[in-house]
Design a protein around this ligand. Structure first.
Ligand code: 3PG
Length: 306
């Protein structure tokens, strides 16, 4: 019998787990659950007998994938699959997939939520600012970027986007101004919201020179990956520009320095929580379960990423 393991160090909402279980069992497969595990050992052990695995930001390393001798498919219930060693998956004939778009609205709502929080001085009682009339630059116009644009337009913000992989006309059809260069985006935006994936090319690409183009009183919002930030440059920028704020879904490696020096000018979630809503967990988890069933029953490989 096909055994489907849900391995989530940060668990899905209980309602999502029960829906995933129902789909797996209705298909005649076995359902196994590993939640809140500590270290890689429990994951490696559980992976050994699984034919399919559903993960979130869990690290599907070469060690895990080499040990998973029965494994045919691994699905990242979410967008970013930088946590899967794709080379090791391919070497082991394992199909890797993601579930694009399923948790995007949750991430977008958090981006705007953090912006409001910062604009209102972290709700400390002092006078703040409004988002209306400010310019928001969306760096990468994918599923999350689109939702961010729509919500920001509701706030009355002017929305710009830079994405060399999306046609200008498609961006402008959403009432968003497409800019030609990344420098232009940063130069024109009071807020920049990051939605680029973490790849060898993008890691550490958000550096001092780019951020320093932003106007006075600017805020960078990162609900993408901490790895895309050049942290030494970010620290330098925070030191030289007392007007600059940084909001991030998950703390950077240099969080202690922020705590010591930049009180009131940053906010970091205690745990990555952009996709941590019941709705997003249901959407992504159910999509992952359905993709696994379709893979085993009909050989469907839509959303394969390796
Ligand atoms: C994603 O890439 O889909 C988001 O970063 C969500 O990650 P999570 O499922 O670990 O919360």
């Amino acid at each position: 019998m096909v055994k489907v393991l849900v391995a989530t160090e940060k668990p899905f909402a209980a309602v999502a787990v029960s829906q995933i279980k129902e789909i797996i069992e209705k298909a005649g497969f076995e359902f196994a659950l590993l939640e809140k595990y500590v270290g890689q050992e429990p994951f490696i052990e559980a992976a050994k007998t699984a034919h399919a695995i559903i993960i979130r930001s869990d690290l599907a390393t070469k060690e895990v994938l080499d040990a998973a001798k029965e494994l045919k498919i691994i699905v990242r219930a979410g967008a970013g699959y930088d946590n899967i060693d794709l080379k090791a998956a391919t070497e082991n004939n394992i199909v890797a997939m993601n579930t694009p778009g399923q948790n995007s609205n949750a991430v977008a709502e958090l981006a705007l939520g953090m912006m409001v929080y910062q604009a209102r001085n972290q709700f400390n009682g002092k006078d703040g600012k409004e988002l209306r009339g400010k310019t928001l630059g969306i760096h990468a116009y994918g599923n999350v970027g689109k939702y961010v644009a729509k919500i920001a337009q509701g706030f009355g913000m002017k929305v710009l986007a830079f994405d060399p992989f999306v046609k200008k006309e498609a961006i402008e059809a959403d009432g968003v101004q497409a800019v030609d260069t990344v420098e232009e985006l940063y130069k024109l935006s009071n807020y920049v919201s990051l939605h680029i994936p973490a790849t060898e090319k993008t890691k550490k690409s958000i550096d001092f020179n780019l951020l320093n183009l932003m106007p006075k009183g600017a805020t960078l919002v990162n609900t993408a990956r901490k790895e895309v930030i050049h942290e030494d440059d970010l620290l330098k920028l925070m030191e030289t520009r007392a007007d600059f704020a940084y909001l991030s879904d998950i703390a950077p490696g240099c969080a202690a320095e922020f705590e010591a020096k930049f009180a009131g000018r940053y906010y970091f979630t205690p745990k990555k929580m952009g996709a941590q809503t019941a709705e997003a967990n249901i959407n992504a988890g159910v999509a992952a379960a359905n993709q696994i069933v379709a893979f085993f029953k009909n050989g469907v490989i839509t959303f394969k990423v390796n």
